[in-house]
Design a protein around this ligand. Structure first.
Ligand code: FEO
Length: 402
């Protein structure tokens, strides 16, 4: 067993035995510029229990950390809270290697593990609210469907008031430290928000339902141990509060101006729109797609009140980078946005029409007709762009205050 790996104590019973992926830069289309972790946990109860696993490439790291606290063959139970392969990739293999007595997952989780691994291994399906005795302590399972997949569930260790929350409350952040109080607050908020926007935003109604189920349960959460990023031990209520806000899609007096440019004209328009927004008192972020990733745009619109889209026309279409972002944002289903489209063109100028149609399809309320400029904007055109920014700022101020 690889001896360089150590488990990290979370409570007297629970140890972190996961893996740190410092190199990950793409998680199914989400730019993970700070890497990630695949958190797995070992409960040293009478029935030694492993909660979740890692990608197959990190199997040795997982086994090495387990071996640093207990002989792996002593594992009795394995719990799979979520069957996506970043957590289940080596789970059945590890369970077989240590001859675990039983594997537990939600009903949909058991089916998903079968569909992924085509293994004859039996997985016991647990019901929502079901309890499992580990001898000297007890786990309860709660279905949290669509947080992140249909199979998702969380497990609660009563004696330690500890919630194993799988993807929920996680973030893609590789660190040498394991706890929230060892990471700067701004970084926790930034990466938790980016994670929510890119992974959970389209499931917000399910997240709200899961939050209500957990808060209505009357249970206390002293520690929240997610499957990615730091463990929340200093103030778990903080991330629960963030999730309440994000799942309610609460918006603020902020705007994102997302654009690409061919010969600089659409960029000049975007800057004029941004000037108008800032002059009107709106916090504005310009996102030129030459250097901004779709997942950064998603993070910006998590609580922005307005989305403005700009594109030149190329061969009768919007710029491919803008189409990429639109396809991604449509899937994330943001609600409650206002916005507008703008762009430059040389011949037909179809891009703004396509942008407006896409905004309609996303349910973004367009506060004005698209602004189209032939070739290069005049001072009057730029004045119109600035006025568009002011108009949006006025609407945002009325809705969300200064
Ligand atoms: Fe971290 Fe949905 O897997």
């Amino acid at each position: 067993m690889a001896e360089q790996y150590s488990a990290v104590k979370v409570t007297d019973r629970v140890h972190w035995v996961g893996a740190v992926d410092w190199a990950l830069r793409n998680f199914h289309g989400y730019a993970t510029s700070r890497g990630t972790t695949y958190n797995a946990y070992l409960i040293l109860a009478e029935k030694v229990t492993l909660v979740d696993a890692t990608k197959p490439a990190y199997r040795d790291e997982l086994m090495g950390r387990i071996a640093s606290v207990v002989e792996p063959g002593r594992i009795d139970y394995v719990v799979s809270n979520h069957s996506e392969m970043d957590h289940s990739g080596c789970l059945l293999d590890v369970a077989a290697a240590v001859r675990a007595e039983k594997i537990f997952a939600s009903r949909q989780g058991a089916a998903a593990l079968k569909a992924h691994f085509h293994s004859p291994t039996e997985v016991a399906a647990v019901q929502d609210g079901q309890e499992l005795s580990l001898g000297d302590c007890k786990l309860s399972f709660f279905e949290t469907r669509m947080c992140h997949w249909p199979d998702s569930m969380v497990s609660y260790l009563h004696e330690d008031e500890l919630l194993f929350s799988q993807d929920a409350f996680g973030m893609h952040l590789a660190t040498g430290e394991r706890y929230d109080d060892q990471v700067p607050d701004w970084l926790l908020l930034h990466e938790a928000a980016k994670y929510y926007a890119n992974i959970l935003l389209p499931m917000s109604s399910f997240v709200a339902r899961a939050l209500a189920k957990l808060t209505d349960s009357g249970l206390s959460f002293r520690v929240i141990a997610p499957d990615h990023g730091p463990i929340w031990r200093s103030d778990p209520g903080r991330v629960i509060g963030w999730y309440a806000r994000w799942s309610g899609q609460e918006r603020a007096n902020r705007a994102a101006v997302v654009y690409d440019t061919m010969w600089g004209s659409t960029e000049r328009m975007a800057r004029a729109v941004g000037e108008g927004l800032a002059s009107g008192g709106t916090a504005v972020q310009l996102l030129p797609l030459d250097g901004s990733h779709r997942s950064d745009v998603a993070a910006e619109i998590l609580d922005a009140g307005a989305l403005l889209l700009g594109s030149p026309t190329i061969n009768g279409q919007m710029f491919p980078t803008v189409a990429d972002v639109l396809c991604y944002l449509k899937g994330l289903k943001p609600k409650g946005l206002i916005g507008a489209a703008f762009g430059s063109y040389g011949w037909g100028g179809e891009a703004t029409k396509h942008l407006a149609a896409a905004l309609d399809e996303m349910g973004v309320e367009q506060v004005a007709d698209p602004i189209r400029v032939k070739y290069v904007p005049t001072d009057e055109d730029l004045g119109n762009c600035r006025r568009l920014g002011l108009l949006i700022a006025d609407r945002l101020k009325k809705a969300y205050g200064e």
